[in-house]
Design a protein around this ligand. Structure first.
Ligand code: RFL
Ligand code: PHB
Length: 390
C-alpha cells in the first residue's frame, strides 16, 4: 500500500490528524492495534479546552460536541472545609472549557472518518516503522498470516504511551524525563445525576477526590488510592463511602450513588520524550508526553501537537515550505513543558503524599491560601486550565 502520511494509533490524536489532513487533500492511513469497540470502551478525559473544541469544529466533527457538551465557566476547589470557586470565565478573560467525554469525541472522529471513506485499519498487529531517516520510510503490520507494507513520506507516532513509535527512536537520540507519583486515581463512572453542576477538586488528608461528569445523567468520580490497591479491592459501596469522607459534608449529603458501569485505576505519571521528531517520524500526544490528570491537560496537550503538525504538513504539501516540520519538535515541546508544569503544580497542591513532612503540608496550605487571596494567582490558574494559546 502507499500513502502520504502513515499514522500509527487510532486514538483521538491519530484520528484528528487524519481527518484534518484528509480535508486538505492529504492522504493518510491510520493503523490501530485494537478493535474500534475496544478503543471506544476506554473511559478517559472529560474536559476539553476551547482550542481542542475549535480543532474539532475545523475537522467538521464538532456538531454533537456543540449540541451535547456542557460549557463550564468555573470549577470548585474544596479544602479545609471550604468550597472556593475558580471563576474561569472572569480570570481567563472570557474563556471556558467544554465537558464532553473522550469516548464521545472519539466516536465522532471515527464517524467522520467513515463519512469521508478514510482508511482506518483495526487489529493491526506487530506494527513497525522502518527506514525513518530515509526519504522513503515505510511501516509494516501483520494481519493474520499476512505482512502488509505501507510506503509513505511521513510516519506519525500517535500510539500512546505504550506504543511502538517512541521505541523506534535510538536510545542515544531520545532523552526521557519522568516522574512517577506514589499513588493512582480510582475512577468510577455511574449512571447517576452529578453531585454538582461544576467539577469539584477536593483536597483531603485521606487523599484527593474529584467529582466530574459526562452529562446530567452520567457522573464520573475519582479518589486517590495507593499504588498497591487493585480495582478488585474496591466494591462500589467502599468507593462511595470513601468518596463521601473526602468531600465537604454538604456535598457528601447530596451525593447520589449507584452501580458503577466502569471502574479502573490509573497510575499518575509525568513524562516527556525529547525530541518529538526523528527523521521522518513525528511523535504526537501521549506517545511523547504524559501528565497526571489533575489539570485536565493530557488530551489538550495532544491537541496542540496535532494543530502544529496539521499546519506544518499542509505548508509542506501545498507550499513546499518545510519550516513548520523542522520547527515542530521545538515548538510542541515548549507548550508541552508548560502543561507539565501546570499539571505537576495542581497535583502537588491537592494530593496527600505518603512521605510528606509537616513543612510540605504547610506549603500546600499556603499555596491554596495564596491562590484564593490573589487575583493574579487565580488568573494564572485560569489561563492554564482553559489552555495556553497554540
Ligand atoms: P491514546 O488515546 O492512548 O491513543 C493511542 C492509540 O494507539 C493505539 N496503539 C497502537 N496502534 C498500533 N500499533 C501499536 N503498536 C499501538 N500501540 C498503541 C492504542 O490502542 C490507542 O488507541 O493517545 P492519544 O490519541 O495521544 O490521546 C491522548 C489521551 O488519550 C490522553 O492524553 C487523555 O485521555 C488524558 N486524560 C485527560 N486529558 C484531558 O485533556 N482532560 C481530561 O479531563 C483527562 N482526563 C485522562 C483523564 C487520562 C486518564 N487516564 C485513564 C490515563 C482521565 C484519566 C483517568
Ligand atoms: C474527567 O472527567 O475524567 C476528568 C475531569 C477533570 C480532570 C481529570 C479527569 O482534571
Amino acid at each position: 500500500m502507499k500513502t502520504q502520511v502513515c499514522i500509527i494509533g487510532g486514538g483521538p490524536s491519530g484520528l484528528m490528524l487524519s481527518q484534518l489532513l484528509h480535508r486538505k487533500g492529504i492522504d493518510t492511513i491510520v493503523l490501530e492495534r485494537q478493535s474500534r469497540e475496544y478503543v471506544l470502551g476506554r473511559i478517559r478525559a472529560g474536559v476539553l479546552e476551547h482550542g481542542f473544541a475549535a480543532l474539532m469544529r475545523e475537522a467538521q466533527c464538532g456538531e454533537r460536541m456543540d449540541r451535547e457538551g456542557e460549557i463550564h465557566d468555573g470549577f470548585i476547589i474544596a479544602h479545609d472545609g471550604k468550597m472556593d470557586r475558580v471563576d474561569l470565565h472572569k480570570y481567563s478573560g472570557g474563556s471556558s472549557v467544554v465537558v464532553y467525554g473522550q469516548t464521545e469525541l472519539t466516536r465522532d472522529l471515527y464517524e467522520a472518518r467513515d463519512r469521508m471513506k478514510g482508511i482506518v485499519i483495526h487489529n493491526a498487529e506487530d506494527v513497525q516503522p522502518h527506514d525513518l531517516k530515509s526519504a522513503n520510510p515505510y511501516v509494516t503490520y501483520r494481519s493474520g498470516d499476512e505482512v502488509v507494507r505501507i510506503d509513505c513520506d511521513f510516519v506519525i507516532g500517535a500510539d500512546g504511551f505504550h506504543g511502538v513509535s517512541r521505541k523506534s527512536i535510538p536510545r542515544d537520540v531520545l532523552k526521557e524525563y519522568e516522574k512517577v507519583y506514589p499513588f493512582g486515581w480510582l475512577g468510577v463512572l455511574s449512571r447517576t445525576k452529578p453531585v454538582s453542576p461544576e467539577l469539584i477538586y477536593a483536597k483531603h488528608e485521606r487523599g484527593f477526590a474529584l467529582c466530574s461528569l459526562r452529562s446530567q445523567v452520567l457522573s464520573r468520580y475519582y479518589i486517590q488510592v495507593p499504588l498497591t490497591d487493585n480495582v478488585e479491592d474496591w466494591s462500589d459501596d467502599a468507593f462511595w463511602a470513601e468518596l463521601k469522607r473526602r468531600l465537604p459534608a454538604e456535598v457528601a449529603a447530596q451525593l447520589i450513588t449507584g452501580a458503577s458501569i466502569e471502574k479502573s485505576i490509573a497510575p499518575l505519571r509525568s513524562f516527556v520524550a525529547e525530541p518529538m521528531r526523528y527523521g521522518n517520524l513525528f511523535l504526537a500526544g501521549d506517545a511523547a508526553h504524559i501528565v497526571p490528570p489533575t489539570g485536565a491537560r493530557g488530551l489538550n496537550s495532544a491537541a496542540s501537537d496535532i494543530y502544529y503538525l496539521y499546519h506544518a504538513m499542509v505548508a509542506h504539501y501545498k507550499d513546499g515550505d518545510s519550516t513548520g516540520l523542522d520547527k515542530y519538535s521545538e515548538k510542541a515541546l515548549a507548550r508541552v513543558w508548560k502543561a507539565q508544569r501546570f499539571s505537576w503544580w495542581m497535583t502537588t497542591m491537592l494530593h496527600t503524599f505518603p512521605d510528606s513532612i509537616a513543612y510540605d503540608q504547610k506549603l500546600q496550605d499556603t499555596d491554596l491560601a495564596y491562590l484564593f487571596s490573589s487575583e493574579k494567582a487565580l488568573g494564572s490558574l485560569a489561563e492554564n486550565y482553559v489552555g495556553l494559546p497554540f
